[in-house]
Design a protein around this ligand. Structure first.
Ligand code: C5P
Length: 137
């Protein structure tokens, strides 16, 4: 910022859920939300008082109907992106073990995608740089 005003910081936490075939779950942002139609790593905004892991466990339960243990979440990468009206900080975790079956609880489209195919899925600009971190999984 050059005008001296503080920019609003938004903290989002996201997860690369990896299945036994090495595919990663992508979720499509629904109509009516910002960046609708783009494909993102599941997750969401942190709430006050939450650790990133707490927030991710809550979001994965709410959005996908799965239970994830804190010990199964490993930090993988970190996104920092300036949008027009806020700055997004977003750690990306990787998770290979969860309980329950992944479901589109909020009606969102879900796809399991090989990291090499992710370029076929248009993503929010904050998520795009995170794809590189998945190549070595
Ligand atoms: O999902 P939600 O709309 O609460 O996220 C807040 C903002 O963070 C979005 O408007 C979007 O700009 C950004 N975001 C993102 N990549 C994600 C999740 C959110 O860029 N995976």
């Amino acid at each position: 910022m050059t005008d001296g005003r503080a920019q609003r910081i938004v903290l989002v936490v996201a997860c690369a859920l990896v299945d036994a075939d090495g595919r990663v779950l992508m979720a499509q942002r629904p109509e009516g939300k910002s960046l609708a139609g783009l494909w993102e790593f599941p997750g969401g905004k942190m709430e006050p008082g939450e650790t990133p892991e707490d927030a991710l466990i809550r979001e994965l339960r709410e959005e996908l109907g799965i239970e994830v243990a804190k010990a199964c979440l490993a930090p993988l990468a970190f996104a920092s992106h300036t949008y027009a009206d806020f700055h997004l900080l977003m750690p990306l975790y990787v998770c290979r073990r969860w309980q329950g079956t992944v479901q589109p609880v909020e009606g969102q489209a879900l796809e399991w995608v090989k990291p090499a195919r992710m370029r076929d899925y248009p993503m929010p600009p904050a998520d795009e740089p995170l794809v590189a971190a998945l190549r070595d999984l």
